[in-house]
Design a protein around this ligand. Structure first.
Ligand code: AMP
Length: 396
């Protein structure tokens, strides 16, 4: 059964066509710069064919996706009828959309109510949904929410210590993000270890351009570092993570910055980029650290320290830790970050094998046999996770 997985951003569409339940990727790619003067479309197929379009305009998501369908029809599938379902990544489901859903109008209406919680991502996901409904009439659409996995977080961990009415009336609480990824890597590790995920306590570190850490007890999220939005917690590429909220009121009063300017500051100008003034890319900063550049060292020190701090906190929350997982762009590819973090985890009895750690994007254990906590690199695969959940739902 062929399934299409779509992840729509405001000017992008990432997609994969998979054969399920095997999980084989038949084609994948992304459309960028939708609505701009010139777009980019990169497309790859399982048999090694690569297409890169850089001279066409994609005025809308619909135009971009239509072009993707042309490419799929050029050798990967014979007819669009072969696509039996579409799985959509949705970053935020709010309080009501707690599970993977088969989409009907009531689900779209509910997702639209979530807009204020994530105006950056969620409206783009709805555009993707509507385009898929239009271009593939009659094909079921399924939404997989990044927040669903965190619905098991207890009240004392998801509430902010602000007037309770702001939770009941405005739904302000911790929702978390990257749930599909945290759940995927935790289940994958359980499979590798031949154990039931219910018997494992895991700290999962999803470190990419956006980063979050989750405490997973028996396969359930019991706390996570991202909050109402994907801004809280770790130091990220351009997001500030944890900050004293008074910094914002202070800047509002002293610099006259308004909500949009502050939003831009903490989402786009902060994190590794803001601290270093050089780059938001961990690779560039790692080179800077190697060259002894103080601004790169400063930024990476903050980045690594926050990870250690959250792992320490979640170790206490879990009471016992079986494994720590590193995943996503930085978690999978940076021996430097993993080593810097793990060398501070002596209190947990973490001991890593530096030779095993010296790798990129490989699924492997990097802790030694004497380590009290296993440390693993598990490459995440959110598209496969979405395809699996979509497949399960449409075949129920
Ligand atoms: P993601 O958001 O998961 O795609 O991660 C993207 C980030 O991963 C990039 O911004 C880089 O900072 C980081 N990254 C990718 N490759 C490497 C690498 N070899 N070493 C360190 N960081 C990397």
């Amino acid at each position: 059964m062929k399934l299409l997985v779509i992840n729509c951003g405001s000017s992008t569409v990432k997609y994969q066509l998979l054969e399920m339940p095997a999980g084989d990727v038949l084609a994948k790619g992304n459309v960028e710069r939708i609505g701009e003067e010139v777009g980019i479309l990169k497309h790859k197929t399982a048999d090694g064919k690569k297409v890169e379009i850089t001279d066409e305009v994609f005025p809308t998501h619909e135009a971009g996706l239509k072009r993707v369908f042309d490419l799929l029809l050029d050798g990967t599938i014979k007819s669009l009828d072969e696509i039996k379902a579409v799985g959509h990544r949705v970053v935020h489901g709010g309080e009501k959309l707690t599970k993977t859903c088969l989409v009907d109008q009531s689900i779209i209406d509910e997702i639209e109510r979530v807009y204020p919680l994530d105006p950056l991502h969620v409206p783009a996901h709805v555009i993707g949904l509507k385009v898929a409904q239009k271009l593939l009439p009659g094909v079921p659409n399924v939404t997989v929410f990044d927040t669903s996995f965190h619905q098991t977080i207890p009240e004392y961990a998801y509430l902010y210590a602000i007037p309770y009415s702001l939770y009941t009336d405005e739904h302000i609480r911790r929702y978390g993000a990257h749930g599909t990824s945290h759940q995927f890597v935790a289940n994958r590790l359980a499979k590798i270890l031949g154990k039931d995920v219910k018997d494992l306590n895991i700290i999962s570190c999803h470190l990419g351009s956006g980063s979050s850490i989750t405490a997973i007890q028996g396969g359930k999220s019991i706390d996570t570092s991202m909050g109402l939005t994907p801004l809280e917690g770790l130091c990220m590429g351009t997001r500030c993570g944890d900050i004293d909220p008074a910094v914002l009121t202070y800047l509002g009063r002293t610099k006259g910055m308004n909500a949009d300017e502050l939003d831009n500051l903490i989402n786009k100008k902060s994190g590794l980029l803001g601290l270093s003034g050089i780059s938001n890319d961990c690779r560039v900063l790692e080179d800077g650290v190697a060259e002894g550049k103080p601004e790169a060292i400063r930024a990476m020190n903050v980045f690594n320290y926050r990870i250690v701090k959250y792992i320490g906190a979640y170790a206490m929350v879990l009471g016992h830790v079986d494994a720590i997982i590193f995943t996503a762009g930085i978690g999978e590819n940076s021996p430097y970050v993993r080593a810097e973090v793990c060398k501070k985890l002596g209190l947990l009895g973490v001991d890593i094998d530096l030779e095993a750690n010296d790798c990129h994007g490989k699924e492997r254990k990097i802790s030694t046999d004497k380590s009290k906590v296993q440390v693993w690199i598990i490459p995440t695969n959110e598209e496969l996770a979405i395809a699996q959940q979509t497949y399960d739902l449409v075949n129920k």
